[in-house]
Design a protein around this ligand. Structure first.
Ligand SMILES: [Zn+2]
Length: 553
């Protein structure tokens, strides 16, 4: 156990070594909480873990008399939960964005230059320096940065820094040279260039020159993503829209023993079909599996790309973007399903959701039960369409923090009369539709606790709005926790392996700093993970948390 991190292939280790390197572990004296198969909260006091990293027993008492074990860990009365499963995230996106230069909150041009200088010094191997998040409106002198401002700090390597809203980038001279931009370059229509600043349609002139990441950069981003996920207690992820380079980075990690989190992988449309023609078995000790294919039925609500049944309330000449005809989407889904893949389709607007439901209804007739068709986001839905999910075996894969982030925007886009089926978790739950929660990281933080808090309160981190937004759609704590554990495992065809602590399932769990089942909404959102365990081994620990006492409730 002392070198737990170095032995990720438990099954292999046990099979090859003459005597087991690992041993039975009893974790006693915990405030254990999980959701049972009946949907009710279960409390337990200890967990016995086998030498294969799977749960042997979940025991109600805190100091049980167990016949034998090789190692005893006193949980100190802390709260222990099953590992969280984020049903919908973008793994490499999280890693790459975390590795970029973060310029959010820069207070002046000098502040931006200092952060750029520090980042350049800390990343001598980065061929290009890519950053984002500056906003000159927050600076004392509200002037856009220029190429010369960046050249003064980094003259030798290309630098491109995106504004906080993504509508402008500033480039240094080396970046413009690499992109072939000269004084004679004309901005395309809808764009503008001035002193190294590229606005709107002109941004591509320079961003297209940023080189594709190397394998080593993919590996670094993947490692970073795993580290972030473990720190938030995420032990498994539904990896959405996974590109071939992402999949290859995951496989390389598996082959060299660097897979830590478990990944249920959904390929980016049909792009990987030539390389991965059918779902893989679970690989690398149940850490990696290509299980499905993700499609898109429409865009997003913020940019008015979500496809609505009626025009946008704040732009009456559009109903958004329809990505496929009914026949096209059915053909895509049928191709994927005929190869044995599970299907997950992005649908935000009520027209897109109705279309996807119709496609899945036809598919369920053709392919029979338990294909677990998934709708990703299921955000704005005609209340008349929601009861159609259950009979067709459709799963709603939703993100509670989108509701708190989108609330005011959704009201503007939809008007007051079309919010009834929006982010309608309780309605979904009451109809017995399988519900899986996630965050869509890096769009939102992968931290599951603000999501749990939003799910039971319909309020954001600051308690807004008072009483909650459409409070009839609030969930109970047990329902919200179930969607983040059991529900997300079911949604990824992994419910026999993960999602709860039960004999035979993996001992994936977290120890947190207070009891979420009794915490108020505000403190629930701020719960911190102290330790994350995967397959019965400590995979992550909050720095210096070892001696910290349990916080007051
Ligand atoms: Zn997504």
């Amino acid at each position: 156990m002392r070198h737990a991190m170095k032995a990720p292939f438990i099954a292999l280790a046990v099979a090859l070594l003459p005597s087991p390197a690992l041993a039975e572990t009893l974790i006693s004296n915990v405030n254990g909480i999980q959701v049972g198969a009946d949907g009710k909260l279960q409390h337990f006091g200890s967990v016995l873990i086998g030498d294969d990293g799977r749960v042997e027993a979940v025991i109600s008492t805190a100091s049980p008399r167990v016949k034998k074990y090789d190692q005893l860990i006193d949980g100190g009365g802390r709260t222990l939960l099953p590992g969280f499963i984020d049903a919908h995230g973008h793994v490499l996106g999280l890693g790459f964005s975390a590795l970029q230069l973060d310029l959010v909150g820069t207070s002046s041009l000098e502040d931006l230059q200092n952060r750029l200088k520090d980042y350049a010094a800390a990343h001598p191997d980065a061929r290009w320096i890519v950053g984002r998040g500056w906003n000159q409106e927050l600076w004392p002198v509200k002037k856009f940065p220029t190429a010369a401002d960046l050249d003064a700090v980094v003259p030798d390597r290309p630098v491109v820094l995106e504004r906080v809203d993504g509508h402008a980038v500033v480039a240094n001279s080396a970046a413009m040279k690499a992109a072939g931009v000269t004084g004679a370059t004309q901005a395309p229509s809808g764009g503008r260039i001035e002193d190294g600043l590229f606005v709107d349609n002109a941004t591509e002139l320079v961003t297209k020159a940023v080189p594709e990441p190397t394998e080593a950069e993919y590996d670094r981003a993947f490692a970073k993503a795993q580290q972030i996920l473990l720190g938030y207690g995420i032990t498994s992820v539904g990896s959405m829209s996974t590109a071939l380079d992402d999949w290859n980075a995951m496989k390389r990690a598996g082959e060299s023993g660097r897979l830590r989190v478990r990944f249920m992988v959904y390929a980016d449309e049909l792009k990987l079909l030539a390389e991965v023609p059918k779902p893989t078995p679970w690989l690398f000790g149940d850490h990696l599996r290509m299980v499905g294919i993700k499609f898109y039925a429409d865009g997003a609500l913020g940019s008015r790309g979500a496809w609505l049944k009626q025009p946008y309330a704040d732009k009456l000449d559009t109903r958004g973007l329809r990505f496929h005809s009914d026949e096209e989407l059915l053909k895509l889904a049928d191709t994927a399903a005929s190869h044995g893949f599970q299907i997950a389709t992005h649908a935000i607007g009520d027209a897109a959701n109705a279309q996807v439901i119709s496609v899945y209804e036809q598919m369920s007739k053709e392919y029979g039960a338990d294909r677990r068709w998934r709708i990703e986001h299921f955000q704005v839905v005609d209340p008349a369409d929601i009861p159609r999910l259950k009979p067709a075996g459709i799963i709603a894969s939703m993100q509670p923090t989108h509701q708190t982030s989108d609330r005011l925007m959704a009201e503007a886009r939809l008007g007051p009369d079309r919010l009834n089926g929006a982010y309608a978790w309780r309605t979904v739950e009451k109809l017995g539709i399988p519900l899986a929660f996630g965050t869509d990281f890096p769009v939102e933080s992968p931290n599951p606790f603000p999501g749990l808090s939003a799910a039971i309160s319909r309020q954001d981190m600051n308690g807004q709005p008072p009483g909650g937004w459409i409070p009839s759609e609030r969930l109970d704590f047990s329902q919200a926790l179930a969607a983040y554990t059991r529900g997300a495992a079911y949604a990824g065809f992994a419910d026999e392996r993960i999602g709860s602590l039960e004999p035979g399932k993996w001992a994936d769990f977290v120890i947190v700093d207070r009891d979420p089942s009794t915490a108020d909404q505000q403190s629930l959102a701020r719960i911190e993970v102290l330790q994350t365990w995967i397959a019965g081994k400590k995979a992550w620990e909050r720095p210096s948390s070892a001696a910290a006492p349990e916080r007051g409730k």
